[in-house]
Design a protein around this ligand. Structure first.
Ligand SMILES: C[S@@+](CC[C@H](N)C(=O)[O-])C[C@H]1O[C@@H](n2cnc3c(N)ncnc32)[C@H](O)[C@@H]1O
Length: 195
């Protein structure tokens, strides 16, 4: 199995994975911030974590997944696609996991309606020089005014995503940049310390 085949496998089986453009943008941030340690929320079947590990042989990624079937499948892909043993896959609900270290990069790619709770739980574990990256902030271009016909659950998720974006943009202690990559990538960093 190659990474390309893993991507095809996810697309065929309808498992949501990051776009290539998003993985490329995250890769650049990993280089710019000189990241060694990465925490990802939302492994799915391992495409993003195994791709990032492949592009950056020096990094270590811990990735969390709460769905047992996806976790088992991700582990099978790790067996062939992680020759340097860079990726640590953990079967856990991210709301129960307690990190034992600080990270250079934290990627939020779990349930989209939970971004604010993920942020509050994990931002304290981001190193001062690190970056938090949040995918799908514009969720496939869905805007509040266009989604009347969608399910209640979908509308609620879009509402929560928008609410989080407004909330984080007003947050006093962080810098936020919205990148026009994939369907919106947010980059959140600590405000520099006063000198
Ligand atoms: C968009 S997919 C992740 C895709 C993956 N990052 C990739 O690009 O290859 C989101 C995943 O997050 C998982 N997830 C959602 N909420 C979670 C939570 N609270 N803890 C752990 N995993 C969670 C889902 O089960 C799903 O597999």
């Amino acid at each position: 199995m190659t990474l390309q085949e893993l991507k095809q496998c996810a697309l065929i089986t309808d498992i949501p994975i990051m776009s290539d453009e998003t993985i490329e943008a995250i890769s650049k941030e990993i280089a710019v911030h000189h990241c060694f340690s990465v925490l990802e929320i939302g492994t799915a079947i391992g495409y993003s974590s195994l791709s990032l590990a492949h592009s950056h042989p020096h990094i270590h990624i811990t990735t969390l997944e709460k769905d047992e079937d996806r976790y088992e499948e991700a582990l099978r892909h790790k067996a062939t696609l992680d020759p340097r043993n860079q990726v640590n896959m953990i079967l856990v609900d991210a709301f129960e996991y307690i990190p034992s270290q600080y990270y250079d990069c934290i990627i939020l790619d779990g349930a989209k309606a939970s971004n604010q709770r993920f942020f509050q739980r994990y931002f304290p574990f981001l190193k001062q020089s690190g970056c938090m990256l949040i995918d799908n902030i514009d969720f496939h271009g869905a805007r509040t005014e266009d989604i009347d016909h969608r399910s209640r659950q979908f509308r609620k998720m879009i509402h929560k995503l928008n609410e989080f974006e407004s909330w984080i943009m007003k947050h006093q202690n962080v810098d936020v940049v919205k990148m026009n990559v994939g369907d919106g990538l947010l980059k959140i960093t600590h405000k520099p310390h006063d000198t």
